[in-house]
Design a protein around this ligand. Sequence first.
Ligand SMILES: Cc1ncc(COP(=O)(O)O)c(C=O)c1O
Length: 369
Amino acid sequence: MNKETITVTSPLLPNLDEFHEMLKEIWASKWITNNGSFHKRLEQALAEYLKVPYISLFTNGTLPLLTALQALRITGEVITTPYSFVATTHSIWWNGCKPVFVDIEESTCGIDPNKIEAAITPKTTAIMPVHCYGKPVNMDAIQAIADKYGLKVIYDAAHAFGVEVNGESVLAKGDMSTLSFHATKVYNTLEGGALVMHDEKTKQRIDYLKNFGFAGETEVVAPGINSKVDEVRSAYGLLNLKQVDSAIAARQKVAIRYREALRNVPGIRFFDDIPGVRHNYSYFPIFVDAEKYGMTRDNLYFKMKEHGVLGRRYFYPLISSFSTYRGLPSATSENLPVATKMANTVICLPLHHALSKDDIEKIISIIIL
Ligand SMILES: Cc1ncc(COP(=O)(O)O)c(C=O)c1O
């Protein structure tokens, strides 16, 4: 990649000397995986940071989605949105369930609670909303529907690390929530993820499931999977946790500058902060109205690229338009007008803790024609 290229994100990396010290400890202990001491420390530190009582580490953000559906014995149909990363819908498919797509709200890009009830059938057993870009969905409205119809709620909170509403973590809601600690996320453990639950029994069951279903040396209680996190990544995760607050603060500064510069550009729309929400500034999506802006989204995207600025069209194409899913009755664009519009107009601008002032101004000057 060209030295001058500005990428959409840049991984938060721990201090190499500190990491080396931890590696020495791991080498000395000769305990490199299977619930070692760094693994235990990271689970505890994350539970404290995220203000949740129970959390289980996973090797990525996809396996907790798969495992949550398994643990809750979800069958039949699962309501979700197509405006997400493919893993959300794939997890439903891999559990032998049918994804049912519901449209999103323009204000958050999350599922529109007003459209959920119409998608419920006798086969519906769960709702899987996504806190897209870390913007909290309307969790009270979703829970009210789930309670009324006896449905489980599994939040894909892959983007919502550290996001709080009125001082409470978004991860406290629903039956379970999942996180991704992929390199591109606000907080990363190289690859990684987690599942958040609300009681000890469920944590125990999840810990069995992520270790092949083993509940002791010789007993297997369920058809589990392998999602055990090793000591090296756990140590890395502990170090990154120390700097995640300053990374979020740096991201916030970039978002503030983007908003200031782009507020009055005709045809460019973006999200403002929501009062009472602690945002994590994981993404900075802009939505391009071609008529008012004088250029299509794709033309702007390629213009940025020509100048070495790599925005990303998250989430385009919609999951519902991929070959596996486009035959589903709920996958039509008539059923998904808002998601279709957002997918066709979005560009996520570069946003990370290490973006320089010069780079920010360069990106802005390309967008301001
Ligand atoms: C919304 C969403 N769900 C799930 C995932 C899957 O996470 P991972 O890549 O860690 O498996 C991602 C991310 O990459 C995501 O953005």
